[in-house]
Design a protein around this ligand. Structure first.
Ligand SMILES: C[S@@+](CC[C@H](N)C(=O)[O-])C[C@H]1O[C@@H](n2cnc3c(N)ncnc32)[C@H](O)[C@@H]1O
Length: 297
């Protein structure tokens, strides 16, 4: 410990993008922060809660701007050692494919006090919001999760394929061909359903429903599908699809995105968005315009 001046570094899970999925703990930490060290957050709006803080962007985009993990660790140690109240804001949950362990190790080695506020991970935050239930009584008692990043050996994909239930893949968009090939080679049916959610919880969310055999074709241009999560062997719930405005984007007029009109639209299955800048570009997203005022509201 470097003495009286040492601050606290709080690793905060920001959730996968939708501000509604921030926890109360995350909100409080942001409001009190003097410095926020943040990743390439899907929803910059979240930073508005840290109105008094200095913001340090260490965003790591796949194939884009990169800040080395050692540099990030160094910033956290430096800011904590200066006695500042630091929030290290991370997408989803810090300990689920989030390199949180490396950051707390560095803080521990430097004697900087830290705490962790877990976040909603994409697994339930993104898939759940899209209507994918990973367990259901009488249907399955478990599911498996792995990351496609760093898999160097086909036998590793086979290992996951052998799990007797749904399998969720983080960072797997670029591995679609290998996933499909190895899963089918391991005996899973080519017609097994696959659900992909891209930019989940943001105005540019895309949900695609395909099959194992069709997965490589669906994801043939991976750059359009990041960040995305893949759920193999599970579909969107029938009750979700059956809602009258399922899959529709509704461009709101003056009503706020977090107001009662939005609540009504969401309950009908639609996704309310604001203005033309938020209209998704992907063909899977269909767009309709409704009057901002919903009848019967
Ligand atoms: C480096 S990992 C970080 C995971 C994060 N710690 C979590 O708990 O969700 C990034 C991967 O998470 C998934 N992901 C994160 N946010 C997402 C979102 N809004 N929609 C879909 N997938 C997302 C994607 O698989 C992406 O490649």
């Amino acid at each position: 410990m470097s003495g009286q001046n040492t601050g606290i570094v709080t690793l905060v899970g920001a959730g996968p993008g939708d501000p509604d999925l921030l926890t109360i703990g995350a909100l409080r930490a942001l409001e009190r922060a003097e410095v926020v060290v943040f990743d390439n957050l899907i929803c910059p709006e979240i930073l508005e809660h840290a109105s008094a803080a200095e913001l340090i962007d260490v965003g790591k985009l796949p194939f884009g701007k990169q800040t080395a993990q050692e540099t990030i660790n160094g910033i956290l140690v430096r800011e904590g050692s200066l006695g500042r109240n630091v929030v290290r804001l991370k997408g989803g949950d810090p300990f689920i494919f989030g390199r949180g362990t490396e950051e707390i190790e560095a803080l521990h080695r430097a004697g900087v006090p830290f705490r962790v506020i877990p976040g909603v991970t994409s697994l339930n935050g993104v898939l759940g919001s899209a209507g994918v239930a990973l367990t259901s009584r009488g249907r399955n008692r478990g599911f498996a999760v792995f990351t496609g990043a760093g898999v160097s050996d086909a036998s590793e994909f086979k290992l996951w394929a052998e799990y007797p239930g749904p399998v969720v893949v983080y960072m797997g968009i670029h591995r679609a061909q290998e996933i499909a090939t190895q899963f089918i080679a391991s005996g899973r049916s080519p017609s097994e359903p696959v659900t992909i959610v891209v930019r989940g919880g943001t105005p540019r969310e895309v949900i695609a429903e395909t099959t194992l055999a069709e997965l490589p074709t669906t994801l043939s241009d991976p750059s359009e599908w990041t960040p995305g999560i893949i759920a193999i062997g599970v579909s969107r719930e029938h009750a979700f699809r059956a809602r009258p405005l399922d899959g529709k984007l509704v461009v709101l007029g003056k009503e706020p995105l977090d107001g009662p009109a939005s609540d009504t639209l969401r309950a009908l299955g639609a996704r309310p968005v604001r203005g033309v800048n938020h209209v998704p570009v992907h063909p899977f997203a269909r767009e309709i315009e409704l009057p901002a005022r919903i009848e019967g509201r």
